[in-house]
Design a protein. Sequence first.
Length: 185
Amino acid sequence: MILGILGSASKDSNTRHGLAAVAQRIRAAGGEFETVDLSVEFSEPHDIGDYDDPAAHSQTAAIRRRIAEADGVILATPVYHGSYSGLLKNFLDHLEGDAFAGKPVGILANGGGPRSAVAACDQLRTVVRAISGWAVPAHVATANSDFTDGVPGAAIAGRMDAMVADLLMFTDARSAAAGSRAADV
């Protein structure tokens, strides 16, 4: 299962539309996909006192469980002032240093212009590495002009296809490797 983390609070954002288009591609390829809408499911600010030993019912414990159960992750963010959203940053701050261990992570960012979105993708690659994940080679950097009525244009659709192919290839390889290790036991 691929877990999409939506870092946009806007109900009609192109970040949301982009993640939905990626979800469609994953499902069309036979994969499972779930979205975590951070503005709904994870709105409490980070409490450092909750980090080391979160209560079982806390949002920190819940999101850590969901990440642990996922085969791969997609981080989707709008770009604000040249960086990813505070909503996504707050979420990432709740994760432990090995939260993405061995997991492939796709990155999607939507900015006012394509260069601002690329900068946010680059920043998120660093964060993914810091929490032991592997950012897949293809990321999706969009601008508002890449969408018409919430539908990505052909060039962006091609980038989405490439990111989904990378993500599914690495999740399949990871599953196959885990299966062969289990067979050896």
